[in-house]
Design a protein around this ligand. Structure first.
Ligand code: ADP
Length: 209
């Protein structure tokens, strides 16, 4: 098996339609680790007969209970992940740490994709023309945005020095270059070499387009 790059356990934060899913998938491919999306997991559960009765919460943009979210996502974790949309509350962040720490799988970076609300709304309208998500209506979208803004300060404080904020206003490729550069500068150089570039170079495995 290929050795994992030094930074291979990352959580993605960011408001709805910020592109954290898209960027998370690209980053996961670049680092050769699984991409786990909380929202996708919940939508799949609804499509699979909705055993937890989540359809209404999802279509109204309400967060599902922390206990349920944790129980659904944590069994899928191994050493090496891009977590997209989890944790979303301070409680989830604490529980995640408590799960990871004894295994030696601590989160190494928390990436927040920052996009202004006007751009987010425009992207949602565009997405709704081809994706037809029940929660991509103007009212529900605004609610999801408000939920994010309520929880985000606690998540930022929780991750502290692990937080990397990436400007997500530009094209998918530009944002990915930025993200990749930010992770590269956080990557520790191997012992005996001083250059930051001496560390794992995400560029060597990442598709450039
Ligand atoms: P977005 O971030 O674009 O709103 P997601 O696909 O990540 O979309 O999430 C869709 C919905 O799933 C959220 O609005 C919320 O209802 C629910 N959800 C996703 N992640 C979580 C979580 N970690 N905890 C609770 N609810 C969640």
């Amino acid at each position: 098996m290929e050795p994992l790059p030094p930074i291979h356990r990352i959580v993605m934060l960011g408001p709805p339609a910020s592109g954290k899913g898209t960027q998370g998938i690209r980053l996961a491919a670049a680092l050769a680790v699984p991409h786990l999306s909380a929202g996708q997991l919940l939508r799949r559960s609804v499509m699979d007969g909705d055993p937890h009765g989540l359809a209404r919460s999802l279509s109204e943009g309400e967060l599902v209970p922390d206990e349920l979210m944790y129980a659904l996502i944590v069994p899928a974790l191994h050493d090496g992940f891009i977590l997209d949309g989890f944790p979303r509350t301070a409680t989830q962040a604490r529980w995640l740490d408590e799960f990871l720490e004894p295994r030696g799988w601590q989160v190494q970076a928390a990436v927040e994709i920052a996009v202004d609300p006007g751009t987010l709304a425009a992207r949602m309208v565009l997405r709704s023309t081809y994706q037809h998500r029940a929660d991509d209506t103007p009212e529900v979208f605004l609610h999801r945005l408000q939920e994010y803004e309520r929880e985000a300060p606690m998540l930022r404080a929780h991750y502290g020095r692990l937080l990397i904020t990436v400007d997500g206003q530009d094209s998918e490729d530009e944002v990915f270059q930025r993200l990749r550069g930010a992770i590269r500068t956080r990557t520790p150089a191997p012992a005996g070499r001083s250059s930051a570039r001496a560390g794992f170079d995400v560029e060597s495995v990442a598709p450039s387009t």
